[in-house]
Design a protein around this ligand. Sequence first.
Ligand code: ADP
Ligand code: MG
Length: 704
Amino acid sequence: MRPDPLNPLFASAESLTGIGPRLIVLLRKALALPPGVTEPRVVDLLWHLPAGVIDRRAEPSVAEALPGTIATLKVRVLKHRGPPRGNTKAPYKVSTEDDTGRLDLVFFHAERRFIEAQLPEGEIRYVSGRVERYGDTLQMAHPDYIVAPERRGDLPMLEPVYGLTAGLSSKVLGKAMRQAATGVAVLNEWQEVDWLAQRAWPSFNEALRRLHTPTDAADISAAAPPRQRLAYDELLAGQLALGLVRQGARQRPGRSTVGDGRIRTRIKAALPFSLTNSQISALVEIEADMAATTRMQRLLQGDVGSGKTLVALMAMAIAVEAGGQAALMAPTEVLARQHAETILPICAAAGLRVGLLTGREKGRSRAAVLTRLVEGEIDILVGTHALFQPDVVYRDLAFVVIDEQHRFGVHQRMALQAKGGTEGVNVLAMTATPIPRTLLMTHYGDLDVSRLTEKPAGRKPITTTLVSTERIAEVIEGLKRALGQGAQIYWVCPLIETSDVSDLAAAEERAAHLAQTFGDKVGLIHGAMAGPAKDKVMEAFSTDELKILVATTVIEVGVNVPNASIMVIEHAEQFGLAQLHQLRGRVGRGSRQSFCILLWRGPLGEAARARLEMMRDTEDGFLIAEKDLELRGGGEVMGARQSGAPEFRVAEVPGFEELLAAARDDARLVLNADPNLTSPRGEALRALLYLFEQDEAVRLFRAA
Ligand code: ADP
Ligand code: MG
């Protein structure tokens, strides 16, 4: 249950004076509401932080007032002068003065009654707004504030400026904000006092107050203590929530799977190479996870070509040694088949029985696979999402590997896991898209991570060049020479997102164009092709019958043809960095020197050029991923976020990464020492979790 003092924050914003049904509609537009929230609440106002301030602190006399500046003046109202009858364009003027001079207040399209009420002749008023010179007179058009001396306090000398929406006035919003920010109950401090002191951060309430009712313009800055404090609060709440999820997952029972090593020994003997150190250490971690009685949730990250498949195979072998079955799920048919083919010879040598199940296995062949599966005659089943269809029954599924896991939804992962009975299947997820550290922390904090940082020995660097499409004829000449030396070539045409047809048309056209030079050595593969047709083309390419494979991005993941050493990517400027990196990873797998030619079509903007140059200059997938994140933002890199949903309410500040790392460490320490959050700080942190709406996470631990 959410602590009582927080309840007012989660009440409708209508609970604030001055906010009624009409304004709620406007607020809904102006505020970035989290998914599922339709009714703006007080807390949504609080997270709507000012973008700047208007400084009204200059209080000159009329004679001193500088035209073009914002000022607050104390004047006596002299005379109202409405526009001449029939002339609605002329302004309504009110002349005022102080001891040093005259100031005209000017109103266009004015409502006379309102102005008369605000500015009675003979009275003293404070007016605040932009002072301008108009001919010989000094004037202020539509003052932002007109207040009587006794209401002087209503005039914010430093007025926060909020992101607004048409029809919503900053005055009304500001008033509601002041009320919201100063009305927050004082909660027990959830941050460590030393940490606050070290950073010179204010308390939570003080931070809100300084942001929404500033007395110092510098406080508004996202780098200033009040905002940094709130950012850290949000990050800590997020990290605690992930930590709790992970702790919960760890507490869920998993099957302790311990192998005797006999199959792994045979696999190693069948390999023409030895494992890399990265592979060895990943396997040590995996082995420990599998042996534990809690459920394994590990992510294996490794660049293309780093040898994840072998790690997966060794891990699956553990499950089989322990008497169970394993499944390897890939996102596409091509990839599933490729996996099956790659592991087949080694499995045969090691005595592992492999089955294949994709959408294409139908009728009798499918029935045969299912029978062998349920009878335990298949040790490792490789396939697509067909692996978890309702009628697929395993004799004893103990271990699941999910390749390119970001392509699967959570429910698909769960469905496959559910095939393993009550004990809980251990899961190893793999991804070749290196995930930047920050995203790992914010999105995958519930997973343990192993990284393959080292490439198998003997890999040659890939030479990447940037070439303008105008020089395509030269590129084709170069390809002729390379073909003469036995090379094979991928030629990738861009995905045109709005239409599969034009996407396909582009690839078909390019294939036809290349066929003019290279004849029947050119093949074409694209997403719209039927499975068997795709296999046939892939097969012809991998047996070196086809020399050039023109493809849409269907070849993006996983395909392995070691003899292919040249990758041409057309319209490279249209691809994301991570995608280019994936594509380039298709080459550089054999003994040949490999090349990647990025064909670009101008004009190239500065950013696009920088991206392509980055590709040319590095092959480090992790570095590229970081850059991609920087250029495109987290939501897009992950692809799975609901569009428009804010990732963070307040945490996107300078120093974000450092704060995030600190929050992660802090959360770990807290949960290690106080897993149920029952210490005084733990109790305070529960309020923090509710404040940032991590209620789900709070539910995960037993109420103490
Ligand atoms: P990934 O799936 O990580 O992109 P793969 O598992 O497809 O990479 O491996 C790429 C290639 O490297 C394969 O041809 C594989 O046989 C080879 N390979 C894997 N591990 C090693 C190793 N330790 N030494 C040499 N080659 C390896
Ligand atoms: Mg792979």
